[in-house]
Design a protein around this ligand. Structure first.
Ligand code: GRF
Length: 186
């Protein structure tokens, strides 16, 4: 049976992308391409090293958010993926993107708690005994779409922000591949 195609969008370190490629690529899923808006992203070499084609689309070359989003949509459509996977893609997306592309995102908190870029730190100082990881569909509301999978991560008495963050990331790396398989019904 043909592998189901996905495209991954990333901006930086790419550790979630790496985990997805290592766990799924060439098995149940084909990572048709990874696309980044950041020409200096560390993830570029990681993806290429794992045999995945990378497209670099610097957002600075476009006059507006909407023009960049339109170019991104056009690039994604070249690959006809069943789903687009945002893995640390640090751009706010306009409706040019969200109205045209079926996508999921990973966020390091128990959404709807602690949306935005400081999800781990806000969870850690919240006074709660746990934080977590959420994979959700992408809509025009940031970190607001329907939840695909969610897993909590305990905040332990001896934890520092760093030790907690490390467990959050380890949980992300397990949860995201599972969420992709769930969305693709594999
Ligand atoms: C992850 O914590 C993810 O939840 C958030 O951005 C971070 C990306 O890390 N959206 P990486 O680039 O996958 O290592």
């Amino acid at each position: 049976m043909a592998l189901k195609k996905i495209v991954i969008l990333f901006s930086g370190r790419g550790s979630n992308m790496q985990s997805i490629i290592e766990k799924l690529h060439g098995k149940s899923v084909e990572v048709a391409a990874a696309i980044t808006n950041n020409p200096n992203a560390k993830g570029i070499e990681i993806a290429r090293g794992l045999g995945v084609h990378v497209d670099i689309l610097p957002h600075t070359e476009y006059a507006s958010r909407e023009e960049f989003d339109a170019a991104l949509v056009a690039k994604i459509r070249e690959y006809s993926p069943e789903i687009t996977v945002l893995a640390g893609f640090m751009r706010i997306l306009s409706t040019v993107f969200t109205d045209s592309i079926k996508a999921i995102n990973i966020h390091p908190s128990l959404l709807p708690l602690f949306k935005g870029k400081d999800g781990i730190q806000e969870s850690f100082i919240s006074g709660m005994d746990k934080g977590g990881v959420t994979v959700h569909f992408v809509t025009s509301e940031m970190d607001g779409g329907e939840i695909v999978l969610q897993e909590s991560v305990p905040i332990l008495s001896g934890d520092t922000l760093e030790s907690f963050a490390q467990r959050v990331h380890a949980t992300e790396h397990e949860l995201y591949p599972k969420a992709i398989l769930k969305v693709l019904a594999i």
